[in-house]
Design a binder for this molecule. Structure first.
Ligand code: GDP
Ligand code: IMO
Ligand code: MG
Length: 427
């Protein structure tokens, strides 16, 4: 009954797409369980590069069934354009399954996301502007639209009316915007319904039956642990649970079914949008990490904020997700430094702190305490085994493993599928 969860251990963009794609060839189902098209996963297959936002990275593996679970928020226009983009490139997407209980990102949710951010001014979250937060807010407020609502015009109309009742008051009176017409939204959503219908299924039943039949199911987190609405750097987070528990609620699979939880961990740290980031660099090292690591957002094209590896965060990710393994990515990016600083603890108001403080005030005041590990100069992108790595790179990996609390079972040394060192098999 092998069910694996794969998720980001930092603030996203750790290389989840590549890791999922790598395992995709050996699993039967790849399931997205939260988030929406705020995700930006880059997958490199041979000389082809794919940018996936909403679709599970397993869509690129022919034997694998990609699933959009009930916990995901689906923008139908993005879904259809992502599918047709892949079809044009010869990718067969016909196996895709979408939960009828997944919520729909409506055009008004996108509008509300954008106007709210503008209204917040310098207090803004720096969202991706894709309507993610407002759609989850509607879900929790019980005024959300679900995929299954697209197949009952009368129910859809009533629900859109209910949702727009208050929103139009806010849009016109607070934000000085034009009201959104119910009929126009309903018409647009109905226009997508038939194109999406072939994919809509009872994914909870299908996934549980698959697990009963001993099929391999991989749950793919959309974002990183520190962007989790409960366990992240609130309020500078996304509006769902990328942490491991989210896989259970977002796919309808019980926790007893999960056998392994893999944290994708970048060999340094990046973050997009606002919020605290203790090891952030504002000097030429940060610039070099951005340049060498290609740290530019796949979804919004924003430069990613860059900093050194933070072991406090890695330990926290191990704890809140119950990680069994790490997949360390982008080790190759660190080639060329004389020595590499690694944050082993924080100093907060003069005191050394080993674990992530629960208080946001403390976290905002956290200063990194660095240990300096010797660097390496050799190109490592052709390394196939751990022993192929230069001694100092091996020592860097071992040090990170020791500090982070779970074994490093794979190492990424380049963006391609084969640029990976496997240490322990995931399956
Ligand atoms: P995700 O959002 O977690 O899927 O990550 P992104 O795709 O946004 O960002 C990770 C970037 O790093 C992508 O451009 C990947 O192609 C690339 N990448 C993944 N693993 C490695 C690696 O081990 N080395 C290098 N150099 N690039 C990698
Ligand atoms: P992947 O899948 C990095 C960030 C946004 C913003 C915050 C809230 O590529 O790892 P949202 O639009 O979700 O309401 O924005 O979360 N964010 C990400 N940062 N990678 C992502 O996804 C992200 N998805 C959301 O930048 O700070
Ligand atoms: Mg990304």
């Amino acid at each position: 009954m092998p069910a694996l969860v794969l998720l980001g251990a930092q603030w996203g963009d750790e290389g989840k797409g590549k890791a999922t794609d790598l395992l995709g060839g050996s699993v039967d189902y790849v399931v997205r369980y939260q988030g929406g098209n705020n995700a930006g996963h880059t997958v490199v297959v041979g000389d082809q590069k794919y940018a996936l936002h909403l679709l599970p990275s397993g869509i690129l593996s022919p034997g694998c069934t990609p699933v959009i679970g009930n916990g995901v928020v689906v923008d139908p226009s993005v879904l259809l354009s992502e599918l047709s983009g892949l079809n044009e490139r010869g990718v067969d997407t016909s196996k895709l399954l979408i939960s009828g209980n997944a919520h729909v990102i409506t055009p008004y949710n996108v509008t509300v996301d954008k106007v709210t951010e503008r209204f917040l001014g310098k207090r803004k979250i720096g969202t991706t502007g894709r309507g993610i937060g407002p759609t989850y807010a509607d879900k929790i407020n019980r005024v959300g639209i679900r995929v299954q609502d697209l197949y009952d015009e009368s129910i859809l109309t009533q629900k859109v009316e209910a949702a727009l009742d208050i929103k139009n008051q806010i849009l016109t009176k607070l934000y000085n915007r034009r009201a959104i017409a119910v009929g126009q939204v309903v018409e647009e959503l109905l226009g997508y319904a038939e194109q999406i219908r072939p994919y809509v299924a009872d994914t909870v039943l299908i996934l549980n039956q698959a697990l009963e039949e001993n099929k391999v199911v991989l749950f793919e987190g959309g974002q990183g642990t520190l962007l989790d609405i409960d366990h992240g750097t609130y309020p500078f987070v996304t509006s769902s649970n990328p942490t491991a528990g989210g896989a259970c609620t977002g796919a309808g699979v019980g926790p007893t079914k999960i056998s392994r939880v893999i944290g994708i961990l970048k060999a340094y740290t990046t973050r997009v949008g606002s919020g605290p980031f203790p090891t952030e660099l504002f000097d030429e090292d940060g610039e070099a990490l951005r340049r060498i690591g290609g740290e530019r957002g796949v979804t919004t094209g924003r430069d990613r904020r860059c900093g050194w590896f933070d072991a406090v965060i890695a330990r926290y990710a191990t704890r809140v997700n119950g990680l069994t393994d790490f997949f360390l990515t982008k080790l190759d990016v660190l080639t060329g430094w004389e020595q590499i600083p690694v944050c082993v603890a924080y100093e907060i108001d003069g005191k050394r702190v080993e674990e992530l403080p629960y208080s946001q005030t403390d976290f905002h005041h956290a200063k990194p305490v660095y240990e300096y590990l010797p660097g390496w100069q050799e190109n490592i992108s052709k390394a196939k085994a751990f022993s192929d790595l230069p001694k100092n790179a091996q020592a860097y990996v071992k040090a990170l493993e020791e500090m982070s609390g779970a074994p490093i079972s794979a190492i990424g040394v380049g963006p391609g599928r084969d640029e990976t060192i496997e240490i322990n098999s995931f399956l």
